[in-house]
Design a protein around this ligand. Sequence first.
Ligand SMILES: [Cu+2]
Length: 208
Amino acid sequence: MTSMDKAGMAMAIAITAIFLGIAASMGAVQDTPTYTAPVDSTPKVSPETSEPEPQADPFADIADKVKSEDDTMEKETVELEEEISMEETHEDIKEETMVEETHEEPAGPTTHIVDIPTGTSVPGCEESNACYLPADITINAGDTVEWINVDTAAHTVTGGSPADGPSGVFDSSLVMASANYAFTFDDAGSYDYFCMVHPWMVGSVTVN
Ligand SMILES: [Cu+2]
């Protein structure tokens, strides 16, 4: 054995002695009836291990998982918000286009004349669809139709049809000879009308 080995052995023995001493003292402590070892030793052991993190890791994992789910939801929310803002942009463009189209129309609302011809108080005009002239007219929303009774008899311009009766949308009541009746069509649609006195008299207004 070299002196170094001896020194090593001595060190080992010394260390072993220290451990034995500690073990003995711990045994002595445990034997002491007044010492409440579990309560006192537990807080001492915990800091010595200095590894509270492994215990916290499962929670950290859960926290990370929750956080990543939150991030995913935030991403989805942002994507949805982007889609909504894109739709709004499209609507804005549509509205702007519509406004431009409205501005491009120079004429504005117009009045269209429809005659109630002579001799319509007896049947026959319906054969050539000439009880109102023109019997079928197409106009734009906001335009007015003015019916002029050039006949010697009184007539009506009544929304609806002889089969279904008055629609209630418009009704001139009796328009006497040489009198007239006007109605402004604000809503697009197809409007049939007839004469309540002479049910063969029918016409229509198509509003674009
Ligand atoms: Cu009539």
